[in-house]
Design a binder for this molecule. Sequence first.
Ligand SMILES: [Zn+2]
Length: 204
Amino acid sequence: MKILVFSPHPDDAEAQMGGTIARYTRQGHEVLISLATIPNNKEARRKESEESSAILGARLNIMDLDPQELVFNRRTVGAFDDVIRDFSPDVVYTCWVYGSHQDHQVVAQSTFASTRKNHCSLYMYEPAALSTGPTPFTFRPQLFIDVTDTFDIKIKSLLAHRTQVKDCQKQWIDIITARSLYLGFQIHVKYAEAFEVVKETGSF
Ligand SMILES: [Zn+2]
């Protein structure tokens, strides 16, 4: 299968679904992480993203959208259409649409627009713990993935984002670990990641 993961910024996909990505690639599926924008420290963060994707066994596509121009319009949706047309995914993941960060909202909305007529299943991963503040909305975990066996790979991929580890100190890793433990407890495994289902295309 071909799995496409849209990530607004470097590290969003890894932090929220790195364990799931590593599960896919371990099983021989092809995963492409499509990174919408690198808002700061561009060269360093580009290298970190390349390293991190490689650790997960995924390919990286840097869309390199201008953060000042990252708005929900035809041009942005066109850029997402290009990625979907070129990669032709079976499954698409995007960020949670109600995150407080405006870039996350635009990436999710653009994903919905670009997948409106295709046959892909579409899921949203959880809002990022540190980059998304409280909102009046609540993420509803619907699809749980056991990432116990790949959790160490996920953490390794996060540590590749050295600029973020430096900015957030150890708290970043601790919060992600705690959340994965909490979600794991809910399905009686050690670590889990969770998703909201936008649409799921069955095949039986
Ligand atoms: Zn982000």
